[in-house]
Design a protein around this ligand. Structure first.
Ligand SMILES: O=c1ccn([C@H]2C[C@H](O)[C@@H](COP(=O)(O)OP(=O)(O)OP(=O)(O)O)O2)c(=O)[nH]1
Ligand SMILES: [Mg+2]
Length: 152
């Protein structure tokens, strides 16, 4: 684990710098600045009231919160959302109610997602005639005996 200073601007009085609930947490909670009701299978782009400036070499990943996901089916359409280091706009979240029958009511200030800041590797993609061999080869999509292999 490394630590890095990340500048934050607060765009709404209900927002605050993302906060880690416990010292060992990887995810810092983000709030909604609006009241929103998500009907079953409905999605909404929700503002968080903050913008950040990540240092070069870092990325912010916006993940769902497991409690809201398990209890209410609240998730993020593009989970995890990618916040690029150069992005200076407000962080917004594409929330999605995956529950087939119950609306989800979110109130301004509710913690709705969590931001994980990570260092990343900048790949240099090099075109090759042929890729080196590997144990897995082209096997995927359940090749090792997942759900696909269990289908009749
Ligand atoms: O959950 C998210 C995902 C992205 N973003 C912001 C930060 C990110 O840097 C920018 C662009 O995201 P992405 O690259 O995923 O979207 P795109 O559809 O490819 O848009 P663009 O063409 O602007 O890159 O939008 C968010 O606020 N929340
Ligand atoms: Mg993009």
């Amino acid at each position: 684990m490394t630590s890095a200073e990340v500048l934050v601007t607060i765009l709404d009085e209900v927002a605050a710098p993302p906060a880690y609930a416990h010292p060992g947490d990887a995810g810092a909670d983000l709030v909604t600045t609006i009241d929103v009701v998500l009907q079953p299978f409905e999605r909404a782009l929700v503002p968080t009231g903050i913008a950040i400036a990540l240092p070069d070499g870092y990325v912010g990943l916006v993940h769902p919160r497991s409690g809201l996901a398990a209890r209410h089916g609240l998730t993020i359409v593009n989970a995890p959302g990618t916040v690029d280091a150069g992005y200076r706009g407000e962080i917004k979240i594409s929330l999605y109610n995956s529950d087939p029958s119950t609306p989800i009511e979110l109130k301004r200030g509710d913690r709705i997602a969590q931001l994980v800041v990570q260092e990343y590797v900048k790949a240099r993609f090099v075109v090759a005639e042929k890729l080196p061999g590997s144990d897995r080869g082209e096997g995927g999509f359940g090749s090792s005996g997942g759900w696909a292999a269990a289908q009749p």
